[in-house]
Design a protein around this ligand. Sequence first.
Ligand code: PNS
Length: 173
Amino acid sequence: MKAVFPGSFDPITSGHMDVLTRASRIFDSVTVTVMHNARKQGRHLFTLDERLDILRTATGHLDNVGVDSFGGLLVDYMAQEQKGIILRGLRAVSDYEYELQIAHLNRQLGEVETVFIMAATRWSFVSSSMVREIASYGGDIREMVPRASADALRVKYADVYEERERASAPTPD
Ligand code: PNS
């Protein structure tokens, strides 16, 4: 069975990686698909190409995982690519209502089933938006994201991180 793991992945987090790694042991293949909308392009920290680069690096060790992108309805992608199942992660009850709505809509629109995998509890508080927020102040996000995301955030906020490092460096006597 083939699964598609759709999302914005701006950037991919350790919670996403946890769900993806566990799904890769269940499904024959998993495609991580960045869903994008040309009209919403400015709303992301990373460009589509940057997000795809990060994803390729972060998932390179998973043999049956591929990376793709699509700029339309998820059900159209599922039909076009003949993929079987939509995979989504759940962190906490607060995700449930939103995910339930999307899953029902996708089944109504394209008769596609959604399978949920619960992210490990240690990631229940981690989201891409929180990681972006912390990184924008130069905070330590290395536990919360794979190395590729951490490196890209470090580059994006290089001035903030450098300033923070300068401020915390011991002053010479
Ligand atoms: O990572 P996200 O932002 O929670 O992912 C949401 C996403 C991208 C999976 C969802 O918005 C989506 O499938 N967008 C594509 C457009 C679409 O099919 N919309 C109808 C279902 S909401």
